[in-house]
Design a protein around this ligand. Structure first.
Ligand code: KG4
Length: 341
């Protein structure tokens, strides 16, 4: 049988990434992250697009070299079509179109969020990995999304709960900014939280119906709490940053797990996965392991390299679509907003 070799391209936000998957197995995954945004305390879309333009050719080149695959051997090019920053997406989408055209091979458009969920199916050479069994629940938590996805098949996903305002990662990043810490806040809060007391402070938790989330109230309560304490003690943050981080992290993990527990119980599902940038968080990963013990869940926690944006997840999604002859035409535009379903 002829080898199926997919080149995946991801450029939805501030990571330029390319990956090669052969017959479902990952051969390379190369990512160029953009440090340029750090001094701005957030991703600057214009700068992100420019950096993608600089990075995309060398990143694809490296991914192919590392995989030991000549471009003429590729079966198809899979690319992130959305959601994401329009300027960033356009770089990857346009590159994919030009590259596929020049090689006269098909293109496969991939939903970035679907890619995050399917990151659990990335297989590496000589590593046997358990993959979730359908149907499973996936908690998808990133800087832009906080949702519970019911995954019935690789191409059949339903969002059963989502944030009605801020995403969990966005809340962490904003609270970290208020504390005067760097960007992105997630890894900094995670590091500090390991040395703090998660019960030191209590912040408000939302009371929302069903499986939906809300994080804007927590953000405001955190802000007001700090403002009041700083009036009494200008060094409050510096003296309590570990406890603040630990308490904030514990509150967010608690909010996330409560709805996930409810969904798992009501739907009678014990296969539960987590995906997206925030799934790198130690407290959240520990909560999953704890739930596996307490509720007999089979939990799926991604490798660190597959938590944040990467092209391996785009390539594996592309591989499944290729096997289903699910291609896209050259006139398909990028889309900045789109749901997973
Ligand atoms: O999925 P992602 O790389 O990008 C999108 O938003 O699409 O997620 C980025 C988010 C940021 O909010 C970042 O602060 C958060 O993931 N994050 C973390 C950790 N690592 C990254 N949050 C908590 N703990 C971490 N260790």
């Amino acid at each position: 049988m002829k080898d199926i070799i997919i080149l995946g391209i991801e450029s939805s936000c501030d990571d330029t990434s390319a990956a090669v998957i052969k017959n479902g197995e990952l051969l390379s995954n190369v990512t160029a992250s953009q440090a340029v945004h750090e001094s701005y305390g957030g991703v600057v879309p214009e700068l992100a697009s420019r950096a993608h333009e600089q990075n995309i050719v060398p990143v694809v080149d490296q991914a192919l070299k590392k995989a030991g695959v000549a471009k003429e051997k590729l079966s198809a090019v899979a690319f992130t079509r959305g959601p994401g920053l329009m300027g960033s997406l356009l770089v990857g989408v346009s590159f994919a179109k030009g590259f596929a055209r020049s090689l006269d091979i098909p293109m496969i458009d991939v939903n970035h969020l679907q890619g995050h969920v399917l990151a659990h199916f990335i297989q590496e050479p000589e590593v046997t990995k358990e993959t979730p069994k359908y149907p499973f629940l996936c908690l998808l938590v990133s800087g832009g999304n906080s949702q519970i996805v019911l995954v019935k098949a690789y191409n059949d996903m339903e969002v059963i709960g989502q944030t009605i305002d801020d995403a969990a990662g966005e809340a962490i990043d904003k609270c970290s900014k208020v504390m005067g810490l760097g960007y992105p806040g997630g890894p900094i809060i995670d590091r500090l939280a390991r040395q703090g007391n998660p019960k030191a402070f209590a912040f408000s938790k939302p009371n929302i119906a069903g499986y939906d989330y809300s994080f804007s109230g927590l953000k405001t309560s955190f802000l007001y709490f700090l403002r009041d304490r700083l009036k009494e003690n200008p060094d409050f943050i510096e003296q309590n940053k570990e406890d603040l981080a630990a308490s904030l992290e514990a509150t967010i993990v608690d909010i996330l797990m409560k709805k996930l527990r409810l969904a798992a119980k009501e739907l009678g599902i014990k296969e539960v996965a987590v995906a997206g940038g925030v799934s790198a968080n130690t407290g959240l990963r520990n909560a999953f392991l704890d739930h596996a013990r307490r509720y007999k869940w089979n939990v799926y926690i991604p490798k660190f390299g597959y938590t944040t944006d990467n092209a391996a997840m785009i390539a594996i999604t592309g591989y499944y679509k290729f096997m289903d002859n699910d291609f896209c035409s050259i006139d398909k535009p990028a889309y900045s907003r789109v749901s997973i379903g």
